[in-house]
Design a protein around this ligand. Structure first.
Ligand code: AMP
Ligand code: MG
Length: 349
């Protein structure tokens, strides 16, 4: 069904008015895409099964992949979830509001469609002002996966959302580029030892500082995930149309290999794009070069990887070579996770 997608452009003068109008759409069972500090989310009333169904349809998302429920106040965790243990409370007190999603035992009030039939629910309290004000204006928790077509790179700007979902959703609130650029850290907080199901800006190191021991429940490669702890793990993710080749190892080895691959693919008349750390800039001639920032500062790579993939697609690039010489510490682990999932080939040097 084709509809007119309204773009809300907000500023100080009309902020309240935009929030009220968008909140009204959510209350009426419609879909509104909005910025969060991580990526843009596609929101619907989390407690209204018909509204949530529209999210799955607009995104083309498999029905067995549950949604994250976004709330504006800490009290709402207790409204939606049961048996919140001391470990979960510590994580909430330290990281919420922020880019952390907690998996908790679901209460009856959360419909099955929102959690894809699971007895757990994913809850996040975003720090982004537009996100929080929209939830408050809606008067209901908002279920919101990333606002992209299922499988494509997550959107970090309103135009990315427009490209994927124009005509399929009621409205988009333009809030500029998102701050972090990759999705929230997902942590199963039901046991005494939390399990990281998806890495994000809040890193393993950050969580360990607060609760001590942490388990890793995700795998970066696409193969071999038969019984995923988080249903979303088994689906193809973040893939641009171009083929992504990720190179890992020392900067020097990566530099040599990229030069070799550029030569090889150029002779096959392929259009080549490269994503390079700042240290390896200016070494290559390729159709398009995008910087990932300094190897020691993976937060910059996080901000850029998804929009870079979309930009490469817009320019008709066939092959994207990615320099993976940045650190895997902190948010670096999450950047590697997204790149490894997007890659059709990984070369370890
Ligand atoms: P997205 O909203 O597109 O960022 O995806 C949300 C992620 O959270 C997916 O990987 C889901 O599988 C995961 N998720 C949501 N709810 C649950 C849950 N109850 N248990 C485990 N993982 C969940
Ligand atoms: Mg997503």
């Amino acid at each position: 069904m084709k509809m007119q997608t309204h773009l809300f452009v907000q500023d100080k003068g009309n902020f309240e008015e935009v929030m009220q109008s968008a909140g009204k759409i959510i209350r009426a069972g419609g879909l509104v895409a909005f910025p969060t500090e991580t990526v843009y989310g596609l929101g619907a009333n989390a407690l209204n099964p018909d509204a949530v169904q529209k999210i799955f349809e607009a995104k083309g998302r498999p029905a067995d992949n549950p949604l994250i429920v976004h709330v504006a106040k800490k009290e709402d965790f207790f409204r939606l979830a049961d048996e919140i243990n001391p470990t979960a409370k510590k994580l909430m007190d330290t990281f919420c509001p922020g880019p952390l999603t907690l998996i908790l035992k679901k209460k009856e009030i959360v419909p099955d469609i929102t959690t894809a039939g699971l007895d757990s629910v994913a809850i996040r309290l975003p720090s982004n002002k537009i996100a929080r004000e929209l939830i408050l204006a809606s008067g209901t928790p908002i279920a919101a996966p990333s606002a992209n077509r299922s499988g494509s790179p997550s959107p970090t700007s309103a135009s990315h959302v427009m490209n994927d979902l124009n005509g399929k959703i009621d409205a988009i609130i333009d809030g500029g580029n998102t701050e972090i650029g990759i999705e929230s850290t997902v942590v199963d907080a039901r046991g005494d030892i939390p399990i990281i199901l998806r890495p994000g800006e809040i890193s393993r190191e950050d969580i360990e500082t607060v609760v001590g021991k942490v388990e890793i429940g995700y795998k970066d490669n696409k193969e071999g995930i038969k019984n995923p702890l988080s249903p979303g793990m088994k689906y193809t993710h973040y893939s641009p149309h171009a083929e992504v080749i990720l190179l890992e190892g020392s900067a020097e080895a990566i530099k040599q290999k990229i030069a070799e691959l550029i030569q090889q693919y150029s002779s096959e008349e392929k259009k080549i794009g490269v994503l390079l750390t700042e240290e390896l800039q200016d070494n290559f001639v390729a159709m398009k070069v995008i910087s990932l920032g300094l190897a020691s500062q993976p937060s910059v790579a996080a901000q850029r990887i998804f929009s870079a993939m979309r930009e490469m697609d817009m320019e008709g690039i066939d092959i994207i070579l990615v320099d993976g010489s940045f650190t895997s510490q902190g948010i670096g682990a999450a950047v590697f996770n997204r790149l490894r999932k997007a890659a059709s080939k990984m070369i370890n040097l």
